[in-house]
Design a protein around this ligand. Structure first.
Ligand SMILES: Cc1cc2nc3c(=O)[nH]c(=O)nc-3n(C[C@H](O)[C@H](O)[C@H](O)COP(=O)(O)OP(=O)(O)OC[C@H]3O[C@@H](n4cnc5c(N)ncnc54)[C@H](O)[C@@H]3O)c2cc1C
Length: 144
């Protein structure tokens, strides 16, 4: 490396791909360099403003890409710690464990989800790891 340091693993990007890889490899004892081109997303009221985020593109990368006809377009991409994954995650519904079970509504019963994904002891290890990861992310979310 240019800084004279040796690393066993170099991970580029801190989104779902790079972040989960770093999380998984961290206990291995290997020297890991995690490179991220973006800064931390500033915590501000506009984080929760869908017009600012999606219509005005407040956090969108200030650059243009080109389509196959050579026409430029603003990419829907964000260069921040957490990557596009952070924005995707922010747009997802926050489902509770009970939302996957049978729900009784005024006009009928919504059946239990056929696949048990939340806290199910028989869920495969990879599914449980994913659950744990997303639960950790949710707890870490800032509140305003
Ligand atoms: C609003 C929104 C909704 C979405 N909805 C869906 C959906 O419904 N279903 C779905 O499957 N996908 C969806 N996506 C896409 C999904 O978020 C991405 O496919 C996924 O998060 C990509 O993960 P990733 O780790 O590959 O990349 P990213 O999370 O984008 O991470 C890449 C990281 O690499 C960094 N980086 C880039 N270049 C360099 C460089 N040269 N040097 C150092 N760092 C660099 C970036 O800054 C970024 O942090 C959505 C995305 C957004 C923004």
């Amino acid at each position: 490396m240019a800084d004279g340091q040796h690393y066993d693993v170099v991970i580029i990007g801190t989104g779902a791909g790079g972040g989960t890889l770093a999380h998984r490899l961290a206990p291995s004892g290997k020297r890991i360099l995690l490179l991220e081109r973006g800064d931390y997303l500033p915590r501000e009221r506009e984080n929760w403003d869908s017009t600012a985020v999606f219509v005005q593109g407040r956090y969108r990368a200030p650059e243009f890409w080109y389509d196959e006809h050579g026409h430029e377009f603003p990419p829907e991409t964000n260069y921040y710690v957490g990557g596009n994954t952070k924005f995707y995650g922010a747009a997802l519904f926050r489902l509770r464990p009970q939302d996957f079970g049978e729900l009784r509504h005024h006009d009928g019963v919504s059946p239990s989800a056929s696949t048990c994904t939340w806290g199910c002891p028989s869920a495969p290890p990879r599914t449980r790891r994913a659950q744990y990861g997303s639960a950790t992310t949710h707890r870490a979310r800032p509140s305003m």
